[in-house]
Every structure is written in structure tokens, then in C-alpha cells.
Write a protein that binds this ligand. Sequence first.
Ligand code: ADP
Ligand code: MG
Ligand code: MG
Length: 931
Amino acid sequence: MAKRAAKTTRKFIYFFGGGKSEGKASMKELLGGKGANLAEMAGLGLPVPPGFTITCEACAEYYAVGKKDFFKEIKKELAEKLEQLEKVTGKTFGKGPNPLLVSVRSGAAVSMPGMMDTVLNLGLNEETVKAMISLTNNERFVMDSYRRFIQMFGNVVLGIEHHDFEHVLDSVKKSAGKKLDTDLTINDLKKVIKQYKKVVKKATGKDFPEDPMDQLYEGIDAVFASWNNPRAIKYCQINDIRGLLGTAVNVQTMVFGNSGENSATGVAFTRDPSTGANKYFYGEFLINAQGEDVVAGIRTPQQITIKGSKEWAKSQNVPEETRKEKFPSLQEVMPEAFKELDTIKVKLENHYKDMQDLEFTIEDGKLYMLQTRNGKRTAAAAVKIATDLIKEKLISEKEAILRVDPEALDQLLHPVFIKEAEEKAEKITVGLPASPGAATGQVVFSAEDAEAWVKEGKNVILCRIETSPEDIGGMNVANGILTARGGMTSHAAVVARGMGKCCVAGCGDVEIDYKKGSFKCGKHTVKEGDWISLNGSTGTVYLGKVDTVEPELTGPFNKIMKLADKYRKLGIRTNSDTPHDTEVAVKFGAEGIGLCRTEHMFFEGHRIIAFRRLILVAETVKRLKDTLEVKTLTELEKCCSKEQLEAVTQYKKALDELLPLQRSDFIGIFKALKGRPCTVRLLDPPLHEFLPHDDAGQKEMAGQMGINKAEIHKLVENLHEFNPMLGHRGCRLGITYPEVTEMQVRAICEAAAEVKGSKPEIMIPLVGNVKELAMQKQIALNTIEAVKKEKGVKLKVMIGTMIEIPRAAVTADKIAEEAEFFSFGTNDLTQMTCGFSRDDAGKFLGDYVNEGIYEYDPFQVLDQTGVGELVKLAVKKGKKARKDIKLGICGEHGGEPRSIEFCHKVGLNYVSCSPFRVPIARLAAAQAAIK
Ligand code: ADP
Ligand code: MG
Ligand code: MG
């Protein structure tokens, strides 16, 4: 919980408007994003309806002392600010001939679309309604505002279901034979209001509150209370938002976009939030509408500019005449207001030096600004905008690098549809290209189903008439989102872009029937579970699966990557075991392999048979060597009996079979690396993992080996360990079975001898004691020498170790005497330092993170205070013993931005991560160097 401000200095409310502002943009933590930017805009002299912001600190206070005491505490200050607002506006709250109506808007430091609820037109009651009617001479408008107020207040503050109100509205519309809200007459609206009040009475047992002061207090209360609602909490979880004080409340003078045909409300982006393009002013508006109407998709929104409007019409197959008549642009219908908005757009971009997301309202031809913030954007847009802003000299290279979220780059690396496949696919409709990308999946119609199906390992496309904040969880797991209603700024579109998820919105032809679990689209009926594909860049919807390809990484992406390479200090390597993964990683900019695991190679095809043969006799051979007191297989062959010789021969044969297979794997990888270094880790997992554990598998193996199943079963039992992760694995295997180490090193060296320019680095895993390393190293050195002589080549092979056992970290100075490099294996190091079994910790780690015992899952984000200290210690000791020791990290953390920053700070030479995280790591490393 937040610290409470000292009693004497407490100021909970900041005023804006009327030519000055008590707040400014940099005060987001205190005023919330919305409040801080309203203050900033008002301070810049832009037309912002005056109001005041009750701070996030006040929210913390509300939770600390409780509602009742809190309201006592702010009563005086609130009254003062309200009076100031009345003075500035010349209106009076809750009474008089010119009543002051306000909106009560939430707004935390981080923007959370749709998470907190807003109430508009607050202050209306029987008395002020009358005054408003005689003031405006527009009864319809006043009634429209009143019904909206009752509905919003009823829903947000009184907690009455949205659909209870929608039901009333629909039935009045139906009985009056009207389709749109705007078709309703004064009398229709009066009917709606009367019935709305009944809904309220029925649900709460009380009349709708008449006293505007009560309304205001209840409104503020509801906003603060909503800070803890499940939707807000879920949003914070998904987006890793922590440590906020609470939300602020903005109380702002109402301006009315619903006062007639010369009024409007809209939202706009200063650049295209999907692509980052700056071709025209992107945005949507509705005439005679209020607040969320545009985003709620109740009518088809119109475009801001003529250019945008024409493009929209083209994409929607709307003929120019219809466009002009029914969907003209703001530029055409309200040229004056448009001009002012366009000027403000430029001013705000230059001021904030970033793409802005704007809300505006036009009341009787006069423009008002209601919100600005740095607009959410796709990764493609983020990269384009950042590089464009450098060109426009608004920001520096370093600032541009910091503007792009490394994690978001992931969106750019994933497949797009194969052109030919897409051309052949059956197109069923085109909606709005709300968020780019390609998605294929099975149709589901609810967020819950999406989550359940994905848990079963399925790929889904979430299809909704429109989405709402309750759907966040399902949207997050779906491959793509399809909505039947809503525009480019609808909830689905905004949230999908933020998530980097493919979304096609507003597919007017799609008729979804939730009950039947299907949708109709022209002649097609698509049922739950059917496959469809979405192209979020064109808005096209296809029947069935469409094949995808890797995207091309050129243009702005390439520019940002080059800049990142210019500023970063860390090297970036990849974890890869195959030539294909290596090629992908090199294409993404990997400078080498930091971890090549050899065991994966053993599983492939019939190699597993050879390896199992080896396991079958390995222990017998080891025992023979011990009893006959010999060191090598050659010596053993000489002195053992004929019977015993059989096991030795099988062991050798298996090794001989494995050698060329391993060698050819390394040849492939070294070729793909084209002279880049490659750290190869010798065999690591316990042998048990290579054996079949089920009956059928054991039977099959017995057949292959020509022995009976019972023997296999016995072998499996024998190798069973209670704690395999702390058992016979890593270098311990090489110590028991030195021939395996020898075979692996030989395969590496022979491959290196064949592929010119290869730079192999041999990594001995799971070392805890320097003697383990020394012994394994000696085998490796002997083998390297042997291969050099046999092949008559020069080979430079580095030998190092992983630091993944706490004892290794603590004795790193000793270990560095033998190791030319360290690679921090932070998966095992975390497991062993925290004492969490990685395979079992899933059961409780979630709770640990929720309870704040660990800030993050330590297997995902490096635990700096614990594991990190060991890393630091090992770095210090390692460097002391060997000045030029090479240091890297190859755990999962090597691709995680926060952990990468840590690696930069402690002075590692490189990080290594999975191929698809290489670009993320490059950018994160640059950010770490700049910060
Ligand atoms: P959100 O954070 O969900 O966007 P907002 O507080 O911005 O919620 O408000 C919801 C809608 O109401 C927006 O379209 C906004 O422009 C509009 N709105 C808010 N306050 C006013 C006001 N004082 N006058 C007119 N419209 C308003
Ligand atoms: Mg909202
Ligand atoms: Mg808003």
C-alpha cells in the first residue's frame, strides 16, 4: 500500500482550465495519465473543458482510511475546487439557470483502456433538467443526456447490469419502430428515462439519487472502488503493471457532442497506429453522439480526413456517392473544427514528440480536447514511428531505441501468410484491418472457451459481436480476434493492437449466433471448431487454414536493429541444436551459438537405438574396468574373458555408430554458423531420460536389442533416481563413462576440421568442483591433440564450463584456473539456489508471485537479489583468476529484457537465447547500455 503523504502537506485536488493548470504532464504518478495530460493541454492553451483531478495519492488514502473518513477529509478541498470550477465556467452545480454538469473520469498513471468506468452528464436531476431545457431550447438533447446519465450512473456506480438498461432501450426502440438511438424522439426518450428509473428502483430498492452532491460523491467512490475490480486487476497482471498508487479521478465540465447535427465526438491518432504511417490524420467520429459511442460501435463511424474517408470507402466497397451522403469526413462536414483539430494535432505531436491518441468533442461547431496520450501501437508501428521521428529530428537515436518495447518485437518475427496460399484461399469477407498479422485457428465464441481450448493445446480465433473488457483473458490466448461490430478504435481493435494480436474488426457481413455456436457470412455458415484464417493487415477473413511464411525483416525493423547494434555492449548468441534453428538465429542477428545441447541429437530417428545399446552395457563395462583395474577399453579388451568381451564390443560398437552421426550434426551447425563461435555442451541429462518408460516402449526396445523385456524393465528400474536433477547427470556421466566424452569431443573436432573457420568451444556441464572440470578437460585435450595429428590440421578449441551449481559460483576462482570461459546456466542455478525444482515449482510459484514473496517467477526473470548475487560473485572471482575469461549466460533468462539489463551491468560478454528472441535481446542490450 502506498505511503500516505504527511498531514500538513496533503493536497489532494489539482485544478486545470480557465487559462492555467496546477498540474503538468510529468505528474502522471500523482495525477494519472489522463489528469496530467489534461493539465498539460490546458496549460498549453488548448481548448480543454475546465475541471480538477483528485490524485492517485487520494486513492491510496481512500483505501487506507476507508470511504467515510476519506470523504470527510477531502470535503473542504472538494467544495473549494467546485466553487472555482463554477467561477471559471459561470455555471452552478446542481442548481440555477445554467447548471454545471460534469464527467467523472478515472485515470491511473498507466493507461488502461476500458478498465475503469466513466460517468457523463453528472449533475442532472428533475430541477437541472428543466433549467437545461430552457437554457438550450433543445429538449431532445437534454433527455438524451439524461437517459445516458442514468444508464452510466446505474451501471458504474450502482452496479446494475448493463443489459437491464439495454433491454429497456431496445424495447422502446422496437415499439417505436426505430433503429438507431438518434431516431428516438423526445417522447421515446422520456419513456426510456421513466423505465430506467424503474430499473434502478427495482435493483437498488431506492430512487435514483436526485442530489447532485450525492451523485458526485458516489461517482468518486465508484471510480476509486473500481481500482480493485477484477478487470483492472487482470489487465495489470497481463501487462505486468505494478507499484501504482491507485487511480486518479477527473471531474470535468461536460461538453456535448450530442446536442444536435452540428455536434460530434471522436477519437484520432496522429499517425496510423497499425503501421506507423503518417499519410493523413487517422481517426473516427460520429455526429450527434457522446462519449463512448464511437468505440462502442453503435453506428458506423466516419473518418476525419477526406483522404482517409475515401480509403475507408474503397476498402468497404462503399460507392463515393453513398460515402459523401452518409459517411462524409469531418473535413467535409465541419471544416472549421477540422482545421483547428489538425493544427492541434501537429502542436501536440511536436510537444510530446510522439504519436498521440486524442479524444475530442465538438459542441455546436466548437472544438474541445478531452484527452491526449502516447498512442498504443503495434510493434511495426512503434518501429516505424521511432525511426521516422529520428528523421524528423524530434528525437535522438538513443531515444528512438528506448521507444520500442523489446518484447513487442516478437510480433514482427512471426509468420505472415504465404502469398500464393492466401490467393488460393476462400475469402469469406473483409472487415477492418484492426491489428496486423496472420492468424489461423478454430472458431470459438466466448473468451472462456478460448481459454479452455488453448489449455487443451488448440489454436483458436475468438469471434465476438463486439468485445468488452471481460473478454481480455480470452483475447490474450487467442491467435486472432474477429468482431462483427466496431471500428478501428473499438475495444477489440485497441486491445488487440496493444497485445500485438491479429484482429479483424467490424465485419458487418458476419452474423454471429452465440446460442447456435455458429456464424453466417453470405452463403457460408461457420461453426464452432471450424478453422478460419485472418489477415489483420488487410482485414480479410478466409475459410480454413492458410499456410504461413517467415516475415521479411527489412525497412524500419532493420534500422532499429542496426541502431541497437551500434549502442549495445553485450554480444548476442543463440541457443540452438540444429542447422535450421541456427540459420534462423543468424538471420535474426545471432553472433554465434551460446548453447548447443548434444542430447537432443540422441533422440532423433534410429540414433536413439544406438544410444540405448550403449546405455544397456555401459554399467557392465564400467564395473569390469573397475574390477580388472584398467583405465581404457583397449586394455580391457586384452584382459577380459570371451563372455565379458561381448559387452565391451557392444559398447564400442554403439560409440562407433554415434560418432559419425554426431559429427554430421556438428558439420551442419558449423556450416550454418559461417565461422561464428559455437559453444557445445557435452551430454547433460540423466541416462534414464533416454529409456522408454511405458510397457509398449520397453517391449519395442527389447525387440530391437534382441533381449527380453524383463531386462529392459530392470535397467529402467536400476537407473531410476529419486532426484534425477541432482543425480547422475552432467559431467558426472563423463566421469563414469569417459568414452562418451571422448566420442563427443572427437565428433566436434572432426567436424571442425572439416568445416574451415569453425570455432568450437567445449562446455563441461554441471561442474561443482574444479577437479571434475580438470578431469574432463584432460580427456578433451587428449582427444583434440589426437584429431589434430590424425587430420593434420590446426584447431583452436576453447574449453570452459557452465556455472550452474552454487558451489561452482562460490569457488569460481579455482574453476577459472581450468576454464577459459564461464556460461551461466541460470535455469539450474536458479533451481539449486532457490531450492525450487523447476518441474514441480509450477504448483506454488504462481502463489508466491501473487503474494509478492518473489517479485517475478525466478525461472522467467532472473532473481537478482539471490541468484544474481552468485552470478556477481562468480564474475568477480572468475575475472580475478583469469583476466580474459569469457563470460556468458545461456539460461532462459538470456532472452528476457530485465535479466539482460542485469547481465550488461555485471559485465558479461554475451547473452544467449532462443532464435526468436535474438532481436529482442539485441534491442534490450542496447537499452541497457543507454539507460
Ligand atoms: P476511458 O478512459 O475509458 O477512455 P474517458 O474518461 O476518457 O474513459 O471517457 C469516456 C468517454 O467520455 C470519452 O469518449 C471521453 O471523451 C468522454 N468524455 C469524458 N469526459 C467528458 C466531458 N467532460 N465532456 C464530454 N465528453 C467527455
Ligand atoms: Mg471507457
Ligand atoms: Mg478516454
